[in-house]
Design a protein around this ligand. Structure first.
Ligand SMILES: [Zn+2]
Length: 495
């Protein structure tokens, strides 16, 4: 039997061919040009909504949000309203937890949705939503190592809490994004020295920079820098393990120009008679929830820690009022869909949203009933209607604006609420052939990696392995199959 290959994944958050292709054609990104030609390349379809949180969880688990139940950085269900998502909310094993069981060694750097870290055998460095001053890496020795290079988990202090403010400080934020990327590369190079079968590192600076500069020189400069960093990382990996490294470069969602108008779904539902009159207290709570969301995402708490903010938010009385109000409503908004209490209104609301026009332009690309998109035991927690908005429209789910429509001025230059198409580039190893597909799915990464590393693919997986043929098939034995089934039953019981 051949020695199992190693898998190296480099994530470029929010990277899109929309930007890269023209720069490649103009000869501005020679290395990307080379790998686009010589390696397998495709688009990688994200989750709905195409957001960093659910996308990386589907990446980690190989399952759709109907199973893992995570749609954003916070919860929108009645019982967990505005609670932050933690790794414990995901009932499925992550790729490194799955591989650990087969004795594989994993290093995972800056994976979103890993704080607080679940301490196991793998090396984990957490990502955004890690409060300042906390332990962002496991084991302790790695934490100490990273402190010595003044590693940066995410943007410090400044966030997109108020996008207009972030735009004013964008040069400062850009500097931070550059230094973050450099530290990330240093950390990766350092940790590549360890023994590993699976190595993951995410560069988040691409997402930050595209939000602030979209298709401007700053973004191109960052990619030119990343060309060098990514090559250095690959060189280090190959110096250690030779050509036996299966390389994946991918992003978690697409990106597009920023929105120019804001549609207040809350006000719209109110105007259409699906929401009961509001009272001031829940109104404030909603505003706070909105602020929390905007402050911690995509960076970290501005003042005080996330927990403090959360304590303020989860004041029982206000929370109960809000839940009461929500129960009385026929429909309740979220940024990516609508909970419909009165199911007889479901088709009507769907049709109205599908037909909705503003200045003669369609507002939503698609509106789905949740069963059309998701499946699994967490389907109940998902809004009954989910949508993908058009590029120019920002969906506001809280009553932060008085009118249904508002012009967005000085808003983020780029955003990704409307674009699920990320990038995927793969350099396989000998004996492994990749399916020729124009579009792959973010859920396909888990089974692909597991197959490359000759571990069994769990049967609950929604993604499909991208490998078509290899010389030594890794069919699961009866005993392995049984082991997997018992494990899944256990996982489901834990729900
Ligand atoms: Zn992202």
């Amino acid at each position: 039997m051949h020695k199992s290959p190693k898998v190296l994944i480099i994530g470029l958050d929010g990277a899109t061919w929309k930007l890269l292709n023209p720069w490649i054609q103009e000869g501005k990104l020679p290395w990307f040009r080379k790998i686009r030609r010589q390696w397998f390349s495709s688009t990688l379809k994200s989750t709905l909504p195409p957001l960093t949180g659910p996308a990386w969880v589907s990446f980690q688990t190989g399952v759709n949000p109907g199973k893992h139940g995570i749609l954003d950085f916070i919860h929108y269900t009645e019982d967990r309203l505005f609670n932050l998502v933690s790794p414990d909310d995901n009932p499925y094993p992550t790729i490194w937890q799955w591989l650990e069981k087969g004795g594989k060694k994993c290093v995972v750097v800056n994976m979103p949705m890993t704080y607080p870290i679940q301490k196991g055998k793998s090396v984990i460095v957490s990502s955004l939503m890690t409060p300042p001053g906390r332990q962002y890496a496991w084991p302790n020795s790695v934490f100490e190592q990273l402190k010595s290079i003044e590693y940066q988990v995410d943007l410090e202090k400044m966030t997109f809490g108020i996008p207009e403010e972030s735009m004013r400080k964008r040069d400062k934020l850009y500097k931070q994004a550059l230094s973050m990327a450099r530290k990330r590369k240093l950390a990766a190079v350092m940790l590549l020295e360890k023994e590993w079968d699976f190595f993951f590192v995410l560069f988040k600076s691409t997402d930050i920079t595209q939000h602030l500069f979209w298709n401007e020189d700053e973004t191109l400069k960052l990619y030119q820098l990343l060309e060098k960093y990514v090559q250095q990382i690959i060189n280090h990996a190959q110096k250690k393990y030779g050509e036996n490294v299966f390389i994946i470069i991918c992003s978690d969602h697409g990106f597009d120009r920023g929105e120019t108008s804001a549609f207040c779904l809350y006000r719209w539902l109110e105007a259409e008679g699906y929401l009961k009159e509001e009272s001031p207290q829940p109104y404030n709570l909603l505003r706070m929830g909105y602020q929390l969301l905007k402050t911690i995402v995509p960076a970290i708490a501005k003042k005080g820690t996330i927990e403090e903010t959360r304590k303020r938010l989860t004041k029982r009385e206000g929370q109960e009022r809000l839940v009461f109000m929500r129960r009385r409503a026929k429909a309740w908004p979220t940024p990516f869909g609508v909970y419909v209490n009165d199911l007889s209104s479901l088709k009507e609301i769907k049709r109205k949203l599908e037909q909705l026009r503003y200045k003669k332009k369609k507002v939503f690309k698609r509106v789905y009933e949740k069963q059309e998109v998701y499946s699994g035991e967490n389907l109940d927690s998902i809004p009954d209607l989910v949508f993908l908005p058009e590029r120019w429209v920002k969906i506001e789910s809280n009553p932060t604006q008085e009118k249904i429509w508002k012009k967005k001025r000085g808003y983020l230059k780029g955003n990704h609420n409307s674009d699920p198409n990320g990038i995927l580039v793969i350099k396989p190893v000998r004996d492994i052939v990749i399916k020729k597909m124009k579009q792959c799915n973010i859920m396909d990464i888990f089974p692909t990696v597991v197959e490359v590393l000759q571990e069994p693919i769990p049967p609950y997986c929604d993604g499909k392995s991208l490998i078509v043929r290899r010389k030594e098939a890794t069919e699961m034995s009866g005993r392995q199959q049984k082991r997997v089934e018992t494990k899944i039953k256990e996982e489901i019981r834990r729900l």
